[in-house]
Design a protein. Structure first.
Length: 112
């Protein structure tokens, strides 16, 4: 499949510039990791870095959804040989349609 170079107008998710959003998400989470942050401090720093990016309103909202604990793409349970994920199926489809091959996921680790 040849990736689309422009957004489509069929739905909210296909109107988002996912190339830009995914690039920013990767950049701000890497920055917070380089700073050695974890837990709530990590989330607060990522939110502050994301807000400072100056994205258009739609992309800023999509970035917030991608980074938020309640709507982030999360690995799901493994079914047979394929891993699934929770949240983001429509977002992921829209990302793949425009050629995004890397984005962030949230993997929760609970204390022992």
């Amino acid at each position: 499949m040849i990736p689309l170079r422009t957004t489509r107008d069929c739905c909210y998710y296909h109107r988002v510039n996912w190339r830009q959003v995914s690039a920013v998400a990767i950049r701000v989470t890497r920055q917070a990791r380089r700073e050695g942050l974890a837990g709530e401090a990590f989330g607060d720093r990522v939110a502050a870095l994301a807000a400072a990016q100056g994205l258009p309103a739609r992309e800023e909202e999509a970035l917030d959804d991608l980074l938020a604990e309640h709507s982030a793409i999360q690995p799901g349970p493994r079914f047979r040989l394929r891993a699934g994920y929770t949240n983001g199926r429509h977002r992921t489809t829209a990302m793949l349609d425009v050629g995004v091959r890397r984005t962030i996921i949230v993997r929760w680790r609970y204390p022992s």
